[in-house]
Design a protein around this ligand. Structure first.
Ligand code: BZD
Length: 821
């Protein structure tokens, strides 16, 4: 394997540094019983290497005036950093030895680390994978986000119900971040706009803000794998800009003295869980503005350090990617800065923004498309709203009118402002109008963005809408999380597959090799044994590693249809009760999912699964053929344990609803077989692995449209499918909740009287059929092993390195460090 970068430390040197940090940084001499202290010392040791590389990276890009990509995202789901950083620096073995000589297992040290859970799900994890790829591929990149005091809530179950508790990821500090006081920003908000008439007849706008918030940057280094680069993720923390008022405090007004400070610090206090009910939440809006304003000021500061007041190179040096519409205010903030502070004309400022911003869409769900009320916009950001109006006016009068003259319907439909009892700003429209590229995240999703979401925009700007299929980093999602499989792959693949994932296709030729199959499946079995232990610890349920491990891990949402799998579990249970010899290989259903705290039905689905699981897991009549576990507190670290042990990957969203999915890629990469609909990236996974190596079922996007055109009626399925009827009726009894009939009825009601909005019943029969095919395939060991190997071998397309290369080639137009030499 090619290792271009020399190991920076030997095990002996590493150990010496760890001990030095224990003694002199933490004043710990008695660390034998203190893995937390060792973790900290190991991190500090790694940081010595990391920060040296960071300095070199910065110097290089300064000297070479490299164009930079600035990734703006409200979320980064980084997970733990240590194992990943050790792998990426090729220091894993060194650290393992050093730590062993201090009397610790490296895995136990990792377990002391906290997840950086500054995100909800796929969107935040995608941002983390992209940062890993950008550093690995030596691109000049900065990630910008918020330094939330509390990331995504921790989940526990109390009698089957989800309980949320705050995430305390940095309660006692985070060794990976460094504060940068030299890059603090002051951010105005509220207030009013004054119009000043100049003597030459022109007018000037002056924004008199009502409050100023301080933005304090914390940098988390992002270490490339076997590369020269360490980039940074810069996270903004909000603080009060004025100092604590001692006079007020001394005069007894403790509350008031604190209140300004509290208000300011609230902004970065907590990550919003995406319950789609954020609309109208002023604090969320201010979070978005705060981090956009800090980031735009920082981007300009970095530029001016090189070019001072020469703006001619700005759009050549800077590209900004908006991760969904959450950072859209960055467009208005840059416009405002250029016009009000740098003396640009409106059209020059707008032209410049149109060269700088690109936007990624992650959803077609109408309720998830962001809108903010004009009233709130005006109150918080009066000047930005004025600028927004001018953009809208230009767009409607110059561009819409040119293609559709006098078409008022079209103006209404495309306007950035939605008319109605309460005027709303359509953030996605602002993004599409101003960005030079708009991309979806899988081919089918991007096609639907063009045909269904923004068809008129696609007519107006024919080359703007494009696709970049998502990807995942093979460093975290194979090399680090599945070390045994990684070693097996190393033995068969000559090049460094972690950097060139398509080279894994070389193992396809061993798919029928009996010895290789045995090795591959033995590794899967070992991983299942480890997961079974984890399941026992976290749920108290004993599961057999000889059963099929069937995994559904993702946020809980009706469109993802955890309740489809749930309904099928009820059907299997029923079949087993009717016939204990019912022919099926034992199966363990493993769920991991957080429900947004305000999402009632999602929480009811969790409860129902837990209650049914209780009953099934303790029912001797079914001979352990079926087990169901809901693992609490699903997060990156748990995913790293579940994914290597999965046999089956459930990707069963309603066709057209899951933009891409990325768990599907991680699971297939680790040799799990997908059972899924033709949705999101499943379509492309099926193309890569071939029809024989995936179980596709259900209605397609077109089928669903046809079903709806004919008037979808869930009772058609209920009345005509005895199994569906029996399972839904079962939920109305007290079979799973003795003494409390109807406790699980919410799920049944949503599927019947609720109209089954995600067309679950229409897919049930075909899903059940696909499961029988899957069960048969598993019973043929050689066939299953072959399928699993092919899945791993054919995932080359889904490395986030390929996604990044697509962005670079088609959108960002960057040159990496090495090719600039
Ligand atoms: O983005 C997800 C999509 O649902 C997935 O299909 C896709 O693979 C990933 C990455 O492109 N979207 C999210 O994760 N969205 C959120 O988490 C979110 C967060 C805040 C507000 C709205 C949505």
């Amino acid at each position: 394997m090619a290792t271009a970068i020399k190991k920076p430390l030997t095990a002996a040197q590493f150990k010496k540094k760890v001990v030095q940090h224990l003694n002199f940084t933490s004043s710990q001499t008695d660390y034998q019983q203190d893995p937390t202290a060792v973790l900290r010392a190991v991190c500090l040791t790694v940081n010595e290497v990391v920060y040296e590389k960071l300095t070199e990276t910065n110097q290089y890009h300064k000297e070479h005036k490299s164009r930079s990509i600035n990734y703006l995202s409200l979320e980064y789901l980084m997970g733990r950093m240590l194992s990943n950083n050790l792998h990426n620096l090729d220091l894993f073995d060194v650290a393992q030895k050093a730590v062993a000589s201090l009397g610790f297992e490296i895995e136990d040290i990792f377990e002391e680390g906290h997840d950086l859970a500054l995100g909800n799900g796929g969107l935040g994890r995608l941002a983390a994978c992209f940062l890993d790829s950008l550093a690995t591929m030596d691109f000049n990149a900065v990630g910008y986000g918020i330094h939330y005091e509390h990331g995504l809530f921790k989940q526990q179950f109390h009698q089957g119900r989800q309980i949320e508790t705050p995430d305390e990821w940095r309660e006692y500090g985070n060794p990976w971040e460094v504060c940068r006081p030299e890059a603090v920003q002051n951010i105005p908000l509220f207030g009013h706009v004054e119009t000043i008439a100049n003597t030459d007849g022109s007018v000037q706008k002056v924004w008199h803000s009502g409050q100023t918030i301080k933005g304090v940057p914390w940098d988390v280094p992002i270490v490339g794998y076997n590369s020269k680069t360490v980039n940074v993720l810069r996270l903004w923390e909000s603080r009060a800009s004025s100092h604590f008022d001692w006079d007020q405090f001394n005069s007894g007004a403790y509350q008031d003295a604190h209140s300004a400070q509290n208000h300011a610090e609230t902004i970065s206090k907590v990550l919003y869980p995406n319950d789609e009910t954020d609309a109208g939440k002023e604090l969320r809006f201010i979070q978005q503005y705060f981090f956009c304003a800090c980031s735009i000021k920082d981007i300009i500061k970095r530029y001016q350090e090189q070019y001072a007041d020469d703006w001619s190179q700005f759009s050549k040096q800077v590209v900004i990617q908006l991760n969904d519409t959450h950072p859209t205010i960055a467009i208005l903030e840059l416009m405002r800065t250029l016009i009000d502070e740098q003396g640009f004309t409106w059209s020059d400022a707008f032209a410049m923004c149109r060269e700088i911003f690109a936007y990624t869409n992650h959803t077609l769900l109408p309720e998830a498309l962001e809108k903010w009320s004009v009233d709130m916009f005006e109150r918080v950001l009066p000047r930005h709203l004025e600028i927004l109006y001018t953009i809208n006016e230009f767009f409607l009068d110059q561009e819409v009118a040119a293609l559709w003259p006098n078409d008022h319907q079209m103006r209404r439909r495309l306007s950035i402002i939605e008319e109605g009892p309460q005027k709303m700003v359509r953030m996605a429209h602002l993004c599409v109008v101003t960005s030079f590229k708009v991309n979806g995240v899988a081919q089918i999703h991007s096609d639907l963005v063009k045909s269904d979401l923004f068809p008129e925009f696609n007519q107006l700007y024919p080359s703007k809408l494009t696709n970049v299929t998502n990807g995942v980093t093979p460093r975290r999602w194979l090399k680090a999380c599945n070390p045994e499989l990684s070693k097996l792959l190393d033995s068969k693949v000559k090049s460094d597959w972690a950097k060139d994932l398509s080279s894994l296709s070389a193992v396809a030729k061993f798919a029928d090799d009996e010895k290789f199959q045995q090795k591959f499946m033995a590794i899967k079995h070992n991983n299942k044994v480890k997961l079974a232990e984890e399941i026992l610890t976290s749920t108290g349920v004993v599961v057999s590693p000889d059963a099929i491990f069937d995994v559904q891990i993702k946020r809980l949402h009706e469109y993802k249809r955890q309740h489809l799998s749930f309904l099928h579990i009820l059907a299997l249970y029923r079949r087993l009760l009717a016939d204990p010899d019912y022919d099926m290989h034992p199966r363990v259903y493993i769920f991991g999912a957080k429900a947004a705290p305000g999402y009632y039905l999602a929480k009811e689905i969790i409860y129902a699964i837990n209650k049914v699981a209780d009953k099934i897991n303790n029912d001797d009549r079914i001979n352990g053929k079926l087990k169901v576990v809901f693992m609490p507190n699903y997060r990156v670290t748990l995913a790293e344990k579940i994914i290597p042990a999965a046999d089956v990957s459930e990707q069963i969203s309603t066709a057209g609803k899951e933009a891409s999915g990325t768990g599907n890629m991680k699971l297939a990469l680790n040799g799990a077989i997908t059972i899924g609909t033709l949705d999101g990236a499943n379509v492309e996974i099926a193309e890569e692995v071939g029809d024989d190596n995936i179980f596709i079922f259900g209605n397609t996007v077109d089928d669903i449209k046809a079903l709806e055109a004919n008037g979808y009626n869930p009772y058609d399925y209920y009345n005509n499918d005895e199994e569906i009827k029996a399972c839904l009726d079962w939920l109305l009894t007290d079979y799973f909740t003795p003494g409390n009939p109807g406790e699980l009825s919410a799920v049944a009601h949503s599927l019947l009287d609720g109209g089954d909005p995600y067309r679950l019943l229409a897919d049930f029969a075909d899903y059940a059929k696909a499961n029988i095919a899957l069960d048969n395939a598993y019973k043929d060991k050689a066939r299953w092993a072959r399928m699993a190997i092919i899945n791993t071998a054919k995932m080359g397309k889904f490395t986030s390195d390929r996604s990044i290369q697509d962005y670079v080639d088609n959108i960002w137009k960057l040159t990496p460090m090495s090719s600039q030499d």
